[in-house]
Design a protein around this ligand. Structure first.
Ligand SMILES: [Zn+2]
Length: 162
């Protein structure tokens, strides 16, 4: 009679494509990602990345253009738009689609947003859901969850209005 080894049925974890790339956690990481992707680090591209990492806000192309020019950094409208498009399509920066236009942020890996309905501001938060919820979603859909993003909405001044 053959004995079955209880340890023989181990499932090796397949690395996803995402995990092959190191997450971007700093401005230097963002520069390095550009180099890894073979993207040229032009002066204008560095200005945009620097700004997004300094302000840690979600800004529109227009706001990025205005702020850079206020800082005395010469960059044209077209250059701002083209660089934002290139950086967001390569996953170096975040692009949030909103009904009134696109906003760009510095973090490109999975994170959640708190949307303030008073100020229209979007704040980044890292929220970890309990395993129980993840398992429920997985068993309901048959999809193994590897990441998630939650959108929270709320008012800052609700109580003072009443
Ligand atoms: Zn964000």
């Amino acid at each position: 009679m053959e004995m079955t080894d209880p340890n023989s049925s181990t499932n090796p974890l397949c690395p996803t494509e995402q995990s092959l790339l190191k997450p971007i956690r700093s401005l230097e990481d963002a520069y390095r990602r550009c180099q890894t992707l073979g993207m040229r680090l032009s002066r204008q591209r560095k200005y945009i990345l620097e700004l997004l990492w300094n302000v840690e806000e979600h800004l529109s192309a227009r706001e990025i253009y205005d702020r850079l020019n206020q800082q005395g950094k010469e960059i044209g409208h077209t250059s701002v738009y083209q660089n934002l498009e290139a950086l967001s399509s390569q996953g170096v920066i975040e692009c949030v689609e909103r009904c009134d236009g696109r906003l760009y942020g510095n973090i490109s890996d999975a994170h959640s947003h708190v949307n303030c309905l008073d100020t229209r501001q979007i704040m980044d938060v890292h929220v970890e859901l309990p395993d129980e919820i993840i398992q429920q979603v997985e068993s309901r859909t048959g999809v193994k969850i590897s990441e998630y993003r939650i959108d929270f909405y709320g008012y800052r001044n609700r109580e003072s209005e009443q």
